[in-house]
Ligand binder design. Structure first.
Ligand code: NCD
Length: 313
């Protein structure tokens, strides 16, 4: 089994067998992180550049850890420390990096489509670590792995995604990835936070949280992306919390064994009550742990080091 694409730009066009391959590979790498010396030589001699043109903690650190645990050489740059602040274009930055003989670029960018643009201009694999409001494929994959771990399967499960769908690249990757694996997905948010193109996505749209959470296996809560919103999309934080926030009281309306997930960073007490975030239903920290394993799998499978993988297109 091989990955069909040379890059990982999104989950929209990915096949179920490819998702399966990435999750299975991640599972086999998880054990590496538990070793006393958490390192294998799989990517020795490969150089990976992590180009983060937007803030990030979890994603950046877990890509770096994943690459280091596979023994790749890594360089991490952020916009504030790069020539982008001097006006260099994304294309020039990429071509200059490539001229230094690197083997892969991981990119996070505020512009939707930036990783696709890069992929057209460099001849090394590009991994999308989050582009604008578009996709965040490795987050989607680590979420799929966390759900599969917990339930032992994906097919036939139901997931409700609650919150700021309009500005969420996580929601898009999740909707594509989950439905590809046979999961039924509903989204629920104030009308102002539902994207205009929602009908083109394979999900149900509900406007009452209590209806959305009633018989699902997973409640996936999104951060209210205050930095991406123009003023006026929600009347007030208090009202949002009352109508859409998940707290212990509201959780009583869900299945007894429902699982709570969130991609982080959490606005504690806004979209999610602290005691639910830290409570027995939450697998939020498992998501973080799986982030390293999934990113190990992705960079490994795209590196061409997995014994004859042919990485087309
Ligand atoms: C998400 C992101 O940056 O898209 N976080 C993450 O990668 N862990 C979601 C968010 O910022 O709300």
């Amino acid at each position: 089994m091989i990955l069909k694409s040379r890059h990982l730009l999104g989950l929209e066009h990915i096949q179920p067998e490819e998702i399966q391959l990435m999750l299975d590979t991640a599972e086999s790498f998880r054990e590496v992180s538990e070793r006393e010396i958490p390192k294998v030589p799989a990517l020795r001699g490969k150089t990976i550049v992590n180009y983060f043109a937007e803030p990030s903690t979890r994603t950046r650190v877990s890509f770096e850890l994943a690459e280091k645990r596979l023994s790749a050489d890594t360089v991490s740059i952020s916009t504030s420390g790069s020539s982008a602040v001097k006006g260099e274009s994304l294309r020039d930055t990429a071509l200059n990096l490539q001229a230094m003989h690197i083997d892969m670029i991981v990119v996070r960018h505020k512009a939707s489509g930036a990783p696709h643009f890069l992929a057209d201009h460099v001849d090394v694999p590009v991994v999308n670590a989050g582009d604008g409001c578009h996709e965040h494929p490795t987050q989607g994959l680590l979420d799929l792995l966390s759900i599969r771990d917990h339930f032992g399967r994906l097919d036939g499960l139901k997931v409700a995604i609650i919150g700021d769908i309009a500005h969420s690249r996580v929601a898009r990757s999740l909707i594509w990835g989950l439905t590809r694996m046979g999961v039924e997905v509903s989204v629920c948010a104030p009308a102002t936070l539902i994207p205009l193109g929602i009908r083109a996505l394979p999900c149900n749209v509900l406007d009452r949280v209590d209806d959305a959470i009633r018989d699902v296996d997973v409640i996936y809560i999104l951060r209210l992306q205050l930095e991406r919103q123009q003023a006026g999309l929600i009347p007030s934080a208090r009202e949002y919390r009352r109508l859409f926030g998940i707290d212990r009281e509201r959780l009583r309306k869900a299945k007894e064994d429902v699982v709570i997930m969130h991609p982080g960073p959490i606005n504690r007490g806004l979209e999610l009550a602290p005691d639910v975030a830290d409570g027995p239903h939450s697998i939020i920290l498992d998501q973080v742990t799986n982030g390293v394993a999934v990113r190990m799998a992705v960079v490994y499978l795209l590196s061409g080091r997995d014994g004859g993988s042919e990485l087309g297109s």
